[in-house]
Design a protein around this ligand. Structure first.
Ligand SMILES: NC(=O)c1ccc[n+]([C@@H]2O[C@H](COP(=O)([O-])OP(=O)(O)OC[C@H]3O[C@@H](n4cnc5c(N)ncnc54)[C@H](O)[C@@H]3O)[C@@H](O)[C@H]2O)c1
Length: 368
């Protein structure tokens, strides 16, 4: 039997407690959390306590360098805020530790390149969220596209709206970073759709975009922080269009719409449209709606169906990331959530900001 992967969790904030630690508990047969780390040591200690239910939880650290020295540490899950990702990931790779990073992979394409080089030269695995392409719905959609069952995939439309974490009452972290240039609605939320769309259509060739700061100041209304105002320093409405070798994508991502919805997407083939409904977006498994031209017509045209189940070990889309990472480290799966794919999605998001600023069409260079 393969031995358990010895994991560290760095960044013990909202998403760690909300999603990753429960997901890692579901993977207890395959992996254990031996080290936790947060600049705020009590959070690392609290995470270690949670993990002690299924792991040896050997150490909690306030200093990341000490955490990386933890005996036998094989891999880290990087759950620090977006602007920290590249630094945290690089330090791990330089100590020969594999990395699964939350999105974005880095803050610039150059930084993503150098992380990929570091991973390759050290023979380490570097993977990045979001885990969209390893959910059952997207694995099924990729198979439908490859089989040509409904003809070519010609258009993907997507949208994700809301006010962002400043108005997410249950949010336990600091929302300010999400309204800065390193994150914004496209890299925080639109990225789920961008990753899925490029996963299905391949690398995009060029991008047009518009954007604005629609609501420049936000009152934070989370349960921990109130009566604090933050400045919005990145476009909070982003509208973009992408051109591929074959196919197009249109996407709206906003942190400035009071009526919010999770990501939703429609994939249009020549003989059918497939809808991924917003209310199931964050599930590892979940239904799709199909409108096929040769189907028996239903009252509204759509037919709900469940794609074949792969027996996902966790129930959330986000949790599928570490599940896939551990499976790849153990040789049970081939990497789908590659660093090269994450770098391409990052280039699109940065290109959207450039295109919105200049009004020009931006050519994309990276591939995966
Ligand atoms: N919260 C969610 O539901 C959610 C969902 C999907 C993805 N994410 C992503 O997960 C990441 C973390 O988000 P969050 O909401 O948990 O943020 P958070 O602010 O709640 O947590 C981040 C934690 O990282 C710690 N940290 C910062 N710099 C560090 C360093 N150098 N070394 C060690 N610890 C450090 C902070 O002290 C904090 O506890 C972000 O990239 C975010 O986009 C979050």
């Amino acid at each position: 039997m393969t031995s358990k992967i010895r994991l560290g969790v760095v960044g013990c904030g909202d998403v760690a407690f909300r999603t990753y630690l429960p997901a890692l508990e579901c993977l207890a047969e395959e992996a254990e959390v031996v080290a936790t780390c947060d600049l705020a040591l009590p959070r690392a200690e609290a995470a270690a306590k949670v993990c002690a239910r299924w792991s040896s939880s050997e150490g909690a650290y306030g200093d990341y360098s000490e955490c990386l020295d933890h005996a036998g540490l094989e891999a880290v899950v990087n759950l620090t805020p977006g602007p920290q990702h590249a630094t945290i990931t690089r330090a791990a790779l330089e100590r020969d530790v594999h990395v699964f990073s939350e999105k974005p992979i880095a803050n610039s394409v150059e930084d993503a390149d150098s992380l990929m080089t570091a991973a390759q030269s050290r023979g380490r695995l570097l993977m990045c969220a979001p885990a969209t392409m390893v959910t059952d719905r997207f694995r099924w959609l990729a198979e439908v596209a490859a089989s040509n069952r409904y003809g070519p995939l010609t258009l993907i439309t997507g949208r994700v709206t809301g006010m962002g974490p400043a108005l997410w009452r249950d949010y336990a972290g600091n929302p300010e970073v999400f309204y800065g240039p390193e994150v914004g609605p496209l890299l925080d939320q639109g990225v789920y759709i961008l990753h899925g769309a490029t996963g299905l259509l391949g690398p995009a060739r060029r991008i047009q975009a518009m954007g604005t700061i629609a609501i420049p100041r936000r009152s934070v209304m989370t349960k921990n922080i109130q009566q604090h105002t933050i400045e919005v320093r990145t476009n909070d409405h982003v509208l973009l269009q992408l051109e591929f070798d074959a196919g197009h994508v249109q996407l709206l991502a906003s942190f400035a719409t009071p009526a919010g919805e999770p990501p939703s997407m429609e994939a249009h083939f020549t003989a059918a449209s497939v809808r991924l409904p917003a209310d199931h977006w964050y599930e590892a498994e979940g239904p799709v709606d199909v409108w096929a031209l040769d189907d028996e017509p239903s009252s509204d045209g759509w037919r709900r169906q469940d794609p074949p189940s792969s027996g996902a070990p966790v129930d959330t889309l986000i949790g599928m990331g570490p599940a896939h990472f551990v499976a790849c480290l153990q040789g049970r799966e081939e990497p789908v959530l590659t660093a090269a794919h994450a770098r391409h999605v990052l280039e699109i998001a940065l290109g959207a900001a450039d295109a919105a600023r200049s009004g020009a069409t931006v050519e994309l260079e990276t591939v995966f």
